[in-house]
Design a protein around this ligand. Structure first.
Ligand code: GLU
Length: 344
């Protein structure tokens, strides 16, 4: 477990919490030990490369908005980001085009449909939101650049800004996605029929397969989440990853649509914006305070990491992280807390 410099500081950052009785470092060790033996869930195998994951891999990373790191387990192990890429590429599209042009192509309504369903809004013909595959492919289509390599570079360097290091694509997973991605092609062609995506359809799909194949670690996910928690600025490098005015849109869409068909119950029980992916990652954001990254490949029936959901539910409960936790003063005034005034 990585050491933090100042455990009092996290208590301060989490000023609204019950955490005075549950120090973060010890809590992470306890949660890792408690949930590591779980055998529920199944590693995704619909993309052959993903089936190679070891169900025992398990890492939990938390990074605060002032860059403190709390980690336990396999936090340096690389895996593919998969659908966790979706809010970030959406953010890039917002940055490049602005809100209304993006809204004209992709809605923001939750859908009870599966993430890969071949369904569009019957009135607008738009995908329902950018967290389902249709919306993500339409979003990828919006990423600009003079040619395909430049579009890929923009997308990859955007992830690099969030992670605070250059990122790379797992070529085997990318090829596996591409080989098996017929359903995504069907979705893209339906959208082309309605003029929702441009005729550069093949590029949009390639971009989408590539974004899903970006290699990250649990530490990276926590850093990406901490960057969003920090208003779009990476707390360690100080580099801005996205203009601040768009951060709220990413968090909103993660809050309502980020956890597949568990999104409603997640918002109800855990209450923080999050996104998961079939590689076993979960990224969750406590705005103004910290980012959480979890990696554990076995998925539940809804497609979320079994251990990841358990850990987030516990963290939310123990530290009072739910957005609507009674007494939560809101991130914008967290700086008003002092060590003396922090609730005990
Ligand atoms: N590459 C995946 C697909 O399109 C993304 C799945 C996910 O993580 O939800 O099937």
């Amino acid at each position: 477990m990585a050491e933090t410099t100042n455990n009092g500081e996290i208590d301060l950052l989490l000023g609204r919490m019950k955490s005075a009785t549950a120090p973060l470092r010890g809590t992470l060790q306890e949660l890792h030990a408690r949930f590591a033996p779980l055998t529920e869930g199944k590693v995704a195998d619909y993309i052959p490369e993903l089936a190679k994951a070891d169900p025992n891999w398990f890492g939990i990373s938390i990074i605060t908005t002032d860059g403190q790191v709390f980690e336990v387990g396999d936090c340096k192990h690389s895996f593919t980001i998969q659908s966790i890429s979706k809010p970030f590429v959406y953010g890039l599209a917002l940055e490049e085009l602005g809100l209304e042009p993006v809204m004209a192509r992709v809605g923001v309504e939750p859908t009870g449909e599966a993430f890969n369903s071949i369904v569009l809004d019957e009135v607008s013909n738009r995908p329902f939101n950018p967290m389902v595959n249709a919306g993500a492919i339409a979003t990828s289509d919006l990423i600009g650049g003079k040619d395909f390599p430049e579009r890929v570079t923009r997308m990859i360097s955007m992830f690099g800004r969030y992670c605070g290091r250059p990122v790379h694509i797992d070529n085997s997973v990318f090829l596996s996605e591409r080989m098996t991605g017929h359903r995504n092609r069907a979705i893209a062609h339906l959208m082309l029929n309605f003029g929702i995506v441009s005729p550069r359809l093949d590029e949009a799909l390639e971009l989408y397969f590539q974004q899903c194949s970006v290699l990250v670690t649990a530490h990276d996910l926590a850093m990406m989440a901490a960057t969003l928690a920090n208003g779009g600025v990476n707390p360690v490098t100080g580099e801005r990853a996205i203009p601040q005015k768009y951060v709220k849109y990413l968090l909103s869409i993660m809050h309502s649509c980020g956890m597949y068909d568990y999104a409603g119950e997640w918002a109800f029980r855990v209450g923080i914006p999050a996104k998961s992916g079939v590689g076993g990652g979960i990224l969750a954001v406590v705005p103004g305070v910290l980012g959480i990254g979890i990696f554990s490949p076995p998925l539940d029936a809804k497609g979320n990491s079994v251990r990841g959901v358990h850990v987030c539910r516990e963290l939310s409960e123990q530290f009072g992280l739910h957005s609507f936790e009674s007494g939560f003063a809101g991130s914008s005034i967290k700086n008003q807390f002092s060590a003396q005034r922090a609730p005990r």
